[in-house]
Write a protein that binds this ligand. Structure first.
Ligand SMILES: [Zn+2]
Length: 323
């Protein structure tokens, strides 16, 4: 066995609610994985301490001493500067925090930090459904709608490091209000936050009845993928309308990206897709087909479901840490 084949890395997905860590090798094989609550209320230093604890626990489960790890990759929900500083992570309450420097100081490892959607896209590109492709778009429908671009094998983050904000592409002029302050953003239609806001309005302003009211106990801001799935499977009229609409709009967004970039693949990930991907995929494909130009690009840029699920960000961050 060559020494290269023995190298082990850690990858961590720092999410708003949970931390997910994998220990893997340079070919993306997972040796151990573990998770822990993020507890963002502890502040930056408190969360970093939890990340370190998780990396130590996972590496001991993998039977790889910390000092033998060749590096650590980290994905975080923020634009990331080249030195590993997170510029703004609203889910964590972080602004301009030096993630890479803090982890390096605590763990003594070389650390590379990337935006979580960039890492998730790179994960599927390097080790998942898009393996072997050159240019890939990742769309993640969860609490928000995130995206990542890998073009000719490289993550594209633009001149200022914050490209691929696909959730804020406008798909409906003067459309629904988005959390960013604009109107008609894709995220206002195709994300749990957007769906929850629309749902609340349907119930409170239009007086519509839906199973979702009971399933959410009246608190639509806590709308979960499993709840949406349950109501949808029971053919609840409002749930079906909201989810089919979200899938169609996601398809319109995917279609616009295909028209612009003609990638080799578009994959769909995120919590809603992990729960309901098989059901929603044909609707997303149909939405894209409505708008893609030319039609040949729709045939080329297959829209599929991601396969790495919870591991995508951590494995992508790990792959990026290989350099
Ligand atoms: Zn927006």
């Amino acid at each position: 066995m060559s020494s290269k084949a023995k190298r082990r890395y850690a990858g961590v997905d720092i999410g708003g609610t949970k931390l997910h860590c994998v220990i893997g090798d340079d070919e993306g094989r997972v040796i151990a994985r573990a998770r822990k609550k993020t507890k963002p209320g502890l502040g930056f230093e408190g969360v970093i301490a939890r990340v370190c604890e998780l990396v130590r626990d996972t590496s001991s489960e993998a039977d790889v001493p910390l000092g033998k790890l060749a590096g650590l990759g980290c994905g975080a929900p923020s634009p990331i500067l080249p030195d590993g500083t997170a510029v703004n992570a609203p889910n964590l309450g972080w602004k301009n925090v030096p993630i890479a420097a803090a982890l390096k100081k605590e763990l003594g490892l070389s650390v590379r930090v990337a935006n979580d959607c960039d890492a998730g896209t790179y994960g599927e590109f390097a080790h998942g459904v898009a393996r072997g492709k050159k240019s890939v778009v990742g769309l993640f429908m969860g609490t928000g709608l995130g995206g990542g671009l890998v073009i000719d094998g490289k993550v594209q983050s633009g001149g200022n490091g914050i490209a691929a904000e696909v959730g804020h592409m406008v798909v409906m002029v003067d459309g629904r209000r988005c959390g960013c302050g604009h109107r008609g953003c894709l995220e206002a239609y195709a994300s749990k936050t957007g769906m929850a806001r629309y749902l609340a309005c349907q119930v409170h302003c239009e007086g519509r009845k839906t199973l979702l009211t009971e399933l959410c106990e009246g608190d639509y801001s806590r709308l979960r993928s499993s709840v949406l799935q349950k109501a949808y499977e029971q053919n609840d009229e409002v749930a079906v309308e909201i989810l089919n609409g979200a899938a169609r709009y996601l398809g319109i967004g995917a279609g616009n990206l295909i028209t612009l970039l003609a990638p080799d693949m578009v994959f769909l990930g995120g919590g809603v897709m992990e729960a309901m991907g098989e059901t929603l995929l044909p609707l997303v494909q149909a939405g894209a087909k409505e708008v893609v130009f030319p039609a040949a690009s729709f045939e080329h840029s297959k829209i599929v479901l991601g396969t790495l699920e919870d591991d995508a960000v951590a494995l992508g961050a790990l792959a990026l840490a290989l350099g």
